[in-house]
Design a protein around this ligand. Structure first.
Ligand code: URA
Length: 435
């Protein structure tokens, strides 16, 4: 087989066999197929799509590109959550310590920033010293000690996704149901979990902007998990505006700590607790989701979840003093207010543009090798439904370099939509799939 023939085949809308997909994935993982050929195949796939059989083959090929871990030495259930990504979506940093404090094990393999969305690994690395590149032996040890560990794909676990994910980030080949399903499920099925909660975002800041696409992706991932013997449920959640008040790495760490202290933005707090509750329920820790909600609230109120976060940071080499002293996190030197030129009610946002603006300021990558500036961030002062007067601050931009500041500002300004009448707020959790 030759990669060039398989690129042509997908370009011409034909269906791949399982052997062809295995050839592409194993060849790329081993470095025998170069980035430029994989990038071409990804773009052909993005445009032409994948059949159900191709998605199943791709997911399995990516899963078996590395080890499938098991944790026979750890008692109790292992559960995880994965989000399809959005702007300001930081719930992993909050729910991992809540759920570990509640007695379940959370062996979380996460990703870096992808497209306009931020990544859990990049956010954690804003904490000085935090190591997301643990060896498998270190990961096991930390999970045994504190019940939570957050790492990236490695050369041992989901190595195909490690390489393909980084390539998709910079080649505009993210928003495709088959590629997203294979990427997420190849990581999650490698983790040795018993149950998985999926947060599938929909709206202007999501990869699946239309709710019906989000539902289709959710159903596909739930079915894939169940086929592999895992319990799974998906929540379809709102991403028509940023989640919480901040986007940007240091800022999101701080906002997560605030929620773990019982404070923080209402929407972020609610969603983190709801996802934790589903994890408790699927992990057989509680008899119902409602009981899970009560448990999650209690673990926050008692301070146990925050203590667990500190322990997790320390075990992964990070400086846990950031929890009590936010100035130990990278801080931007400058800030700028973006104000409203209109009077009226905020009726919508083009939320993806906030993520793009943040990336332009250094909070995302344009090329694989780019470094992230963890200090830059956006602070959102208004929510959909708010009445806004001309001159009021919509967003505070925290930045270091002003190289692309005016372009980023313009993108942010244009992303607010005003109307004369308030709209009824949309539900944060729009639907459940597989419940
Ligand atoms: N999260 C992932 O891990 N992969 C995707 O493709 C999208 C979101």
């Amino acid at each position: 087989m030759r990669a060039v023939d398989l690129i042509r085949k997908k370009r011409d809308s034909a269906e791949h066999s399982r052997e062809e997909i295995d050839f592409l994935i194993s060849g790329y993982t081993r470095g025998e197929i170069p980035d430029y050929q994989m990038a071409s195949w990804l773009m052909a796939t993005w445009i032409r799509g994948l059949s159900g059989a191709e998605i199943a083959s791709l997911t399995e090929a990516m899963l078996h590109s590395g080890e499938v871990i098991t944790f026979p030495e750890l008692p109790g259930k292992k559960v995880d959550k994965h989000s399809t990504g959005g702007v300001g979506d930081k719930t992993s940093l909050i729910l991992a310590p809540i759920v570990a404090a509640g007695g379940l094990t959370v062996p979380m393999i996460s990703g870096r920033g992808l497209g306009h969305t931020g990544g859990t690994l990049d956010k954690l690395e804003a904490i000085p010293g935090f190591n997301t590149a643990l060896t498998l032996a270190e990961f096991r040890k930390i999970l045994g000690e504190c019940g939570m560990g957050l790492i990236g794909q490695t050369a041992e676990i989901a190595p195909a996704d490690k390489k393909i994910y980084a390539l998709r980030d910079v080649t505009s080949t993210v928003e495709n149901i088959g590629l997203i399903c294979a990427s997420i499920m190849s990581k999650k099925l490698a983790e040795g979990i018993d149950a998985l909660v999926l947060d599938v975002k929909t709206g202007s800041g999501a990869f699946m902007q239309k709710e019906e696409d989000a539902v289709r992706l959710a159903a596909l991932m739930v079915e894939t998990a169940r086929r592999m013997g895992k319990k799974a449920v998906a929540l379809i959640t709102d991403m028509d505006q940023p989640l919480g008040r901040f986007a940007g790495h240091s800022h999101e760490v701080i906002e997560s700590i605030e929620v773990l202290r019982g404070r923080g933005a209402k929407d972020l707090r609610e969603l983190s607790i709801e996802l934790s509750a589903w994890m408790f329920y699927l992990g057989d820790r509680t008899k119902s989701v409602d009981e899970g909600l009560v448990l999650a609230e209690r673990l926050i109120a008692s301070g146990e979840a925050l203590e667990k976060f500190k322990q997790g940071i320390t075990l992964q080499g990070g400086d846990a003093r950031v929890v009590d002293d936010y100035e130990r996190l990278p801080q931007a030197r400058n800030h700028k207010e973006v104000t409203s030129h209109a009077n009226g009610y905020l009726t919508a946002t083009n939320c993806m543009e906030f993520g793009v603006a943040l990336a332009m300021l250094g909070g995302g990558r344009e090329k694989k090798e780019d470094a992230i500036d963890p200090a830059v961030g956006l602070e959102f002062h208004k929510r959909i439904g708010d009445r806004i007067a001309s001159g009021e601050t919509l967003v505070t931009i925290h930045y270091n370099s002003d190289a692309k500041l005016s372009e980023a500002t313009e993108r942010i300004e244009k992303s607010f939509v005003f109307g004369e009448h308030p709209l009824a707020p949309k539900k944060l959790v729009r639907r459940l799939v597989g419940a």
